[in-house]
Structures are given as structure tokens and as C-alpha cells.
Ligand binder design. Structure first.
Ligand code: AMP
Length: 385
């Protein structure tokens, strides 16, 4: 297969911050970027050559879009399977629609992982309240009930503390097809962002350590503070996932790490991932450039990391009492500010992130948190004065 060269146009299904950072990386290498989603003036659209606003169900519009580019990728895995299939009639779609199909539904994803012999959180498929009761007897409490269709960032989830809460949990997720998972008392959460080329070549960014707050990623730290055995196991498991799924592109594997050193796969994201944002500043090739290289059939780039790094998300909450203090944050000279061009800073909405670079991970964490605190502190002082 001939590589798709700079000057070509790449189509992105979805238009959020992942597409925006992909577009920035692609434009830097001289590619054109077209984006397709139901919205306009989007984070991706703002930095793209062409923004198409149409519903994903408008398959004629999807075909027209795909005819105008040399390859299609996505930044949002909940694109309907028919949309990916319609695009594939007109241009190569990478990763393929089959990868989307497996990873956009928890039952399919977990069944795939289990049948590939990969370690997953113990789970039961639940399609009725009776099955939920049985599942709770088998797995015990606490447990987590999650809708089969992905909500993300903890949406569509209910933590069940006692079997008597089954009815309440079932109602709360809308009485929909679901998986019941054992609640894992993990010591750490880690992820591996990895890429696979058209020729089967493989690259990864090593284990990244993640801290969540209210189910939303708060902080990522690289390299993760785990043993070299855990690091190697996580990297090897990621390699097997990408190979078995036949991914061409970037995929992130999220793990729970137990106190006894056991890794369990929590979920897969078949695209660049929030935990890999720090690769933009900390690595020779960012996860976004890597996606571009994989999608275009170019050799994958080096994932070498320049120095330890930490990333802190900026949610809409940072704007709660007014415009954040960008000037004070910018005084942290080893902290990079990333904003996604979103107009409406609602609480919990991902508006941007900060990445700190430092000689040690501990310093990187301190620095990124201090820069983020500075943003919100000034806003508070302004309201008081
Ligand atoms: P998810 O949307 O499934 O990735 O869940 C978001 C976050 O909720 C995870 O990153 C964990 O912090 C927590 N969580 C989800 N499932 C479980 C589980 N089975 N056991 C413990 N914590 C969980």
C-alpha cells in the first residue's frame, strides 16, 4: 500500500479536543484536515480546513465527506457502525469499523478481551432485574453496574453497595442492557497508549499513571510509578490487544492495578486518549502525530520521552467564579497550557489541560497542580475584592 503523503486531506469523524490536537499535529506536517460531526464551530472545526456539520445518520453526507479525503479516522468512538461503513465505501477508514464495533459496547468489548485470554475485571451480562440479582449473588458487593452502550466519564454507572440496592440501580441506568462488574480495590489506575501501523509495526508510550475525580480523569503522570515487571506486563498486554483487534491507528488500554500487582483491563479506547495528552509536549512523537502516521501508512515515530511529565485536566469548574488567571499560570515556565476553544465552561466539561515537564515525576505533579491552583485562586480573589 502506498503511503498517504503530506498535502493530502484526512477526514476526522467527531469534532472534539482529540480531533483538534490531531488536526494541529496533521497541519504541522502539511496535511489538510476535514472534520464531520453534527455541530459547528467545534474544537476540531476551528483548526481544520473544512468543517462539515451533518448528523452521523446522513449517510449521503458521510459518503460525500469521505470522497473528499484520502483516509478517514475518528476521534469519537460512538460514531454509529453504519456511518463508518458508509465512509469505508469511499476511503480507507483507520482503525476499521470492526474495531469501533467491538469497543463501543461493553459486552462486546469484555467478551472479546475474555476470549482473547486477556485479564478483565470480573463481570456478568445483565438484561433484567433478575439477572442483576443473580449477578450480585455471584460477584458480591460492592459492585458497579454500567450500561452496555458506553456512557463515558462515569455516566451510565451505578455503584451498588448492598444487594438491596439492585432495584434502584436498575432504574437509575434506565433498565437497559448492562454489565455488572466486581468493584476492584485497585492500588493504582494505569493506561498504555499504543499505536499500530498498516504494516503491523507497534509503538507504545509505556505505562502512564492516572488519578480520577468523580469518574473523570484528573491527573496523568508519566512514567507511572510502578515496578518494571508491571510496566512490561502492561506494555505486552497492550501489544496483544492491538494485534488481536487488528488496529491500524492509536488505542489506549486502561488498567486497574491491584495491591498484589495484578493488572486487569477496565476499558479500551480506539483513539488517542486523555491520559496520552502529555505526549504532545513530553515525547518526540505525540499520540496525535502517531495516529496520523498510522492512518497514512507512514513509519511510526519514536515515542521517547524527553523528561518526566504530569498532566492536569481543566474542567469547566475552574471558570466557576470568573475567567481563570492565565497570566499567573503562564509564570510556570515549564507548564504548557492547552485550551480546546470551547465557549461554555460547564462544570465537569473538559475545557483544556496543563502539562508540566520536570526532572522528576514528583516535581512535575507539584508544578502542574500549583499552576492549576493558581488559575482558580486568582478567580476567587477577584470575586472577593
Ligand atoms: P469507566 O467509565 O468504566 O472507565 O469508569 C470510570 C472510573 O470509575 C474508572 O477509571 C475507575 O476509577 C472507576 N471504576 C469504574 N469501574 C470500576 C470497578 N469495577 N471497580 C473500581 N472502580 C471502578
Amino acid at each position: 500500500m502506498k503511503p498517504i503523503l503530506p498535502g493530502s486531506a484526512i477526514g476526522v469523524l467527531g469534532s472534539g479536543q482529540l480531533g483538534r490536537m490531531f488536526a494541529i499535529a496533521a497541519r504541522r506536517m502539511g496535511y489538510r484536515v476535514h472534520t464531520f460531526s453534527p455541530d459547528s464551530d467545534t474544537p476540531t472545526g476551528q483548526v481544520s480546513d473544512l468543517e462539515v456539520a451533518a448528523p452521523y445518520s446522513d449517510l449521503d453526507a458521510v459518503r460525500r465527506f469521505a470522497r473528499g479525503v484520502q483516509a478517514v479516522t475518528f476521534e469519537f468512538e460512538n460514531v454509529p457502525a453504519e456511518t463508518a461503513a458508509a465512509a469505508a465505501e469511499c476511503a480507507p477508514v483507520r482503525p476499521a469499523g470492526s474495531v469501533l464495533h467491538t469497543t463501543q459496547q461493553r459486552i462486546r468489548e469484555k467478551t472479546f478481551l475474555q476470549s482473547a485470554g486477556l485479564p478483565v475485571t470480573p463481570f456478568r451480562v445483565v438484561r433484567s432485574l433478575e439477572q442483576l440479582d443473580t449477578g450480585l449473588q455471584e460477584l458480591d458487593t460492592p459492585a458497579v453496574l454500567k450500561t452496555a452502550d458506553f456512557g463515558y466519564d462515569g455516566k451510565g454507572q451505578f455503584r451498588i453497595g448492598a444487594a438491596s440496592q439492585a432495584g434502584e440501580a436498575w432504574k437509575s441506568i434506565g433498565e437497559r442492557e448492562a454489565v455488572l462488574e466486581a468493584f476492584v480495590k485497585f492500588e493504582k489506575e494505569v493506561s498504555v497508549v499504543a499505536a499500530r501501523g498498516v504494516d503491523g509495526s507497534f509503538a507504545h508510550y509505556g505505562a502512564i499513571e492516572n488519578e480520577h475525580r468523580h469518574h473523570i480523569l484528573d491527573l496523568s503522570i508519566s512514567p507511572a510509578r510502578v515496578s518494571s515487571r508491571v510496566r512490561r506486563d502492561a506494555e505486552e498486554l497492550a501489544r496483544v490487544v492491538l494485534e488481536k483487534l487488528d488496529v491500524v491507528g492509536v488505542l489506549c488500554v486502561e488498567f486497574f492495578l491491584t495491591a498484589s500487582g495484578e493488572l486487569m483491563i477496565n476499558e479500551l479506547a480506539p483513539r488517542p486518549h486523555n491520559s496520552g495528552h502529555l505526549t504532545f509536549d513530553a515525547c518526540v512523537t505525540s499520540q496525535f502525530e502517531q495516529q496520523l502516521r498510522a492512518v497514512c501508512g507512514l513509519p511510526l515515530g519514536s515515542t521517547d520521552q524527553h523528561c518526566p511529565s504530569a498532566m492536569a485536566n481543566l474542567l469547566g469548574d475552574v471558570w466557576a467564579v470568573g475567567e481563570p488567571d492565565w497570566v499567573t499560570a503562564a509564570r510556570h515556565g515549564h507548564v504548557k497550557i492547552h485550551l480546546y476553544g470551547k465557549m461554555d465552561p460547564r462544570p465537569g466539561r473538559k475545557m483544556g489541560h496543563l502539562t508540566a515537564l520536570a526532572p522528576t515525576v514528583e516535581e512535575a505533579v507539584r508544578s502542574v497542580i500549583s499552576a492549576r491552583d493558581a488559575l482558580a485562586r486568582r478567580a476567587t480573589a477577584d470575586t472577593i475584592s
